[in-house]
Design a protein around this ligand. Structure first.
Ligand code: BTN
Length: 331
């Protein structure tokens, strides 16, 4: 990062921290804070809007972010988590992608990266992941596995369970996991998982697990998402449950992730199979599976003890392994 870029980020970050209180701040006040002109402040505010921040402005009062911003706080994350000590946690105000960041590290194992904003958040199957500033959880964690690709077949399913377990801590029930790893609430996507791997496909490999969890994203911020989605705090409000901060959520998530990663390391997916099938979406329902150009219809049965999908088709029970397959309810 050049000094100029660092300086620009610093100024922008100062504005974010000031406006995070949800109160009005005048252009003069922001300019004085940064030691720049009002015109420069305005440029920074435009940049913030391009990061997905929804700003209000009233003549004579200045600028505000309605409801403020719930910024991540490393101290709170550490205080609330039981399993933080072996982890090296970094929080970035902005980054291209937390997964890409860890994939660039020589040894990503035990490293955790959170970001307030991702400029190039990535989803499965080459999609982008909408990542407005300070609205959702964007988190990646690195891990090392012996046993190569086969050993991690069920990992993304087990990671889905860790998200469900973390959310249960805040009273949330009624979640489903869609194979291989989407977290759904009433058929709308609440969280997604992107696992990337490098190293020896048959031996030791390094894995980066990325989690995107919608927390407070508003309709307008998620309008480019091409599938039904939902954010945690709107569910909690509908269910008369208390809202959660992103830092509380991050702690719960790290605890459950560490728990599941250690368990998976020792015993693989078999120990999670029953719990996964209990919360599986489309159980006993007609589904369609798309893999490139090919389309298969069948009835969702469950998953094997290694995490492969089982579907009853015209030709009998078929087993499908991860990769680029997409599953959905048959129309
Ligand atoms: C999916 O398509 O469902 C997977 C989405 C994964 C998004 C997360 S956000 C944190 C991490 N960084 C990324 O660029 N992607 C993952």
């Amino acid at each position: 990062m050049t000094d100029a870029v660092r300086g620009e980020l610093g100024a922008l970050w100062n504005i974010v921290k000031t406006l995070a209180d949800g109160k009005f701040h005048s252009g003069e006040e922001l300019g004085a804070l940064l030691g720049v002109s009002r015109a420069a402040v305005w440029k920074h505010l435009q940049k913030l809007e391009s990061f997905g921040v929804i700003l209000s402005s009233i003549k004579g009062r200045g600028y505000c972010i309605n409801g403020g911003l719930d910024l991540l706080d490393l101290d709170i994350i550490k205080t609330n988590s039981h399993s933080i000590s072996p982890l090296n946690i970094q929080i970035f105000p902005q980054i291209d992608s937390t997964n890409s960041f860890l994939m660039r590290q020589d040894n990503p194992a035990m490293k955790v990266c959170f970001a307030e904003f991702q400029s190039a958040g990535r989803g499965r199957r080459g999609r982008s992941w909408v990542s407005p500033m300070a609205q959702n959880i964007y988190c990646s964690i690195g891990w090392g596995f012996e046993g190569g690709a086969a050993a991690v077949e069920g990992l993304s399913l087990a990671i889905g369970l860790s998200i469900v377990r973390a959310l249960k801590r805040f009273g949330l029930t009624g979640l489903n996991l869609k194979w291989p790893n989407d977290v759904l609430y009433q058929n709308k996507k609440l969280a997604g998982i992107l696992i990337e791997m490098r190293g020896d496909p048959a031996g030791y490999c390094q894995i980066v697990i990325g989690i995107g969890l919608n927390v407070s994203m508003q309709e307008q911020q998620g309008q480019s998402i091409d599938q039904p989605w939902v954010a945690l705090n709107s569910i909690l409000a509908d269910e008369n449950l208390l809202p959660v901060t992103r830092s509380q959520l991050a702690s719960a998530l790290l605890d459950e992730l560490m728990n599941v990663l250690q368990g998976y390391h020792e015993t693989g997916f078999a120990n999670y199979q029953r719990e996964w099938v209990d919360v599986a979406a489309y159980k006993g329902q007609k589904v369609e599976l798309r893999n490139g150009q090919s389309l298969v219809f069948g009835t969702f049965i469950g998953v094997t003890d290694s995490g492969a999908l089982q579907v009853a088709t015209e030709t009998g029970i078929q087993v499908y392994h991860g990769g680029e397959i997409s599953l959905r309810a048959a129309q």
